[in-house]
Design a protein around this ligand. Structure first.
Ligand SMILES: [Fe+2]
Ligand SMILES: [Fe+2]
Length: 473
């Protein structure tokens, strides 16, 4: 099968042959100014005229797919890129596993697929909205550049999903594409679809926790969609995953640098008081982890889910690395899960297909645990006795079977009153945000970093520490 080459010169860079499909091209070119208007209104504030050292996707080759140069954000080349097909694609999972993949949307799966795509799409502009003010408090030009890189790529991910809606879902798809520019993160009347994407992200500790935990949910959702029988969705999400890796890097290393710096400040202070040194204390870091981890767990959906079973059975959405499994139908088999029954936690066997959300959540939790081990190694290296932990997956949930019950961070059932009494110990509180905002003064001098965060171990694209990642003058 021929690989369509990248057309970088067209109004919308793409490798999907837009120039051969005038109707689709016109529709997307009509959507483009609305997108730019949304970007100008709801994207990063104030830095539109500054050249930023950004990477732009120029190819889908694994080696050398990105090009780095100074770009002003509104001039970023948002494009539509699908990974090339290797061989004849098949449906990776479900009842029809092994049959040829669909190149068009099967009628019986139309609504489900549209819903899956819209839900994924909605998260992309939502996170840009959540992060729009952060440039004003960036701890360095390096971090500011990373923030804007994440933002423009979330914008591109929106393009990736809108392409699918326009190309494969007709009138409904176009309406959905318009609605994606109309909802607003945190808006009471027209909020974004998922809870975590309506939470405020108004300082950099939350930004790093968000890119660590919430973007990581995105990675696992995209990984599941990259095991879809709908071939264009599979190829689109595969390429999105390439970009997503950087967002996770920003979050994981950002948290690590804060943790490292906090340990250093604790050593410096005669009383070990990190706040006295203008840093971020470990209790506050732990509360931030608890907050964003629990909201991100919700994004995987219900633990016991008919939708999950239907999506898997229909071949719309597979498991993480479905090809590593031997049985792609998962008709038999059960998953043991803790459920609340008569005020007690008991084990229950759930049919495997109904537990697919939880199976994916397991992969996610294991990945987060790996990052926590890394952060704790950083603490060890700094001679700190502190250790950070992930709360139980039952703690502070707003979706799924644990809603309506209360758990401590270890996952033990407690009463509502007990939860309320400890809430401030476990979760971000308003005065935390006040403190964080008070120490987050911007640092715009090349090579300099705010006092509350350690410098990164290396620069972007092999650049020096004092490289001018954003030209502010
Ligand atoms: Fe994204
Ligand atoms: Fe992302």
């Amino acid at each position: 099968m021929a690989i369509t080459s990248i057309d970088l010169n067209s109004k919308i860079p793409n490798n999907v042959g837009l120039s051969d499909d005038p109707k689709l091209r016109r529709a997307l070119e009509k959507w483009l100014p609305n997108y730019l208007e949304w970007w100008n209104d709801m994207g990063p504030t104030d830095f539109a005229d500054k050249p930023i050292y950004l990477r732009t996707a120029i190819s889908v080759d694994t080696g050398g797919w990105a090009h780095y140069d100074y770009v002003k954000m509104p001039d970023y080349r948002w494009g539509i890129f699908l990974n090339p097909n290797k061989g004849e694609p098949i449906i990776p999972c479900g009842d029809d596993a092994g049959k040829p993949a669909w190149t068009e949307v099967p009628g019986e799966h139309r609504n489900a697929l549209r819903r899956i795509i819209v839900t994924q799409a909605d998260t992309e502009p939502a996170s840009v909205e959540q992060q729009r003010l952060l440039g004003h408090t960036a701890p360095s030009l390096y971090d500011m550049r990373n923030l804007f890189q994440v933002n423009v790529e979330e914008g591109r991910h929106l393009w990736a999903m809108v392409y699918l809606l326009h190309k494969y879902f007709g009138r409904d798809g176009r309406d959905e594409a318009d609605a994606l520019l109309e909802r607003r993160s945190g808006d009471e009347d027209r909020p974004r679809i998922l809870g975590a994407f309506n939470q405020p992200c108004d300082h950099w500790l939350s930004f790093f926790a968000f890119t660590m935990f919430t973007d990581r949910d995105g990675k696992y959702q995209l990984a599941a969609l990259s095991q879809s029988g709908f071939d264009p969705l599979r190829r689109t999400t595969e390429f999105m995953l390439t970009e997503e890796a950087h967002h996770l890097f920003v979050g994981e290393t950002g948290m690590d640098r804060i943790i490292k710096r906090s340990a250093q400040l604790q050593k410096i202070d005669p009383n070990g008081d990190i706040r006295n040194q203008g840093g971020i204390d470990f209790d506050l870091i732990q509360r931030t982890i608890n907050y964003w981890f629990s909201y991100s767990l919700d994004l995987f959906g219900g633990e016991i889910s008919n939708n999950a079973a239907d999506f898997f059975g229909a071949g719309l959405k597979g498991r993480y690395r479905e090809n590593k499994f031997e049985d792609h139908r998962a008709m038999s088999g059960t998953y043991q899960m803790k459920v609340v029954d008569n005020g007690k936690l008991i084990e229950r066997d759930v049919p495997l297909r109904n537990a697919m959300n939880e199976v994916l959540r397991d992969n996610y939790v294991a990945d987060c645990e790996r990052a926590l081990r890394k952060w704790n190694r950083t603490l060890e290296k700094e001679d700190s006795k502190v250790r950070l932990t992930l709360p139980s997956r039952r703690f502070h949930r707003h979706q799924g079977i644990y809603v309506g019950h209360h758990f401590d961070t270890q996952g033990n059932l407690i009463t509502e009153d007990q939860f309320a009494a400890s809430r401030d110990k476990w979760l971000l509180r308003p005065e935390d945000n006040e403190y964080l905002k008070s120490i987050m003064q911007p640092v715009y001098e090349p090579g300099k970093f705010a006092n509350w965060i350690a410098p990164p171990s290396r620069g972007v694209d092999g650049r020096e520490q004092d490289f001018e990642y954003v030209k502010l003058r």
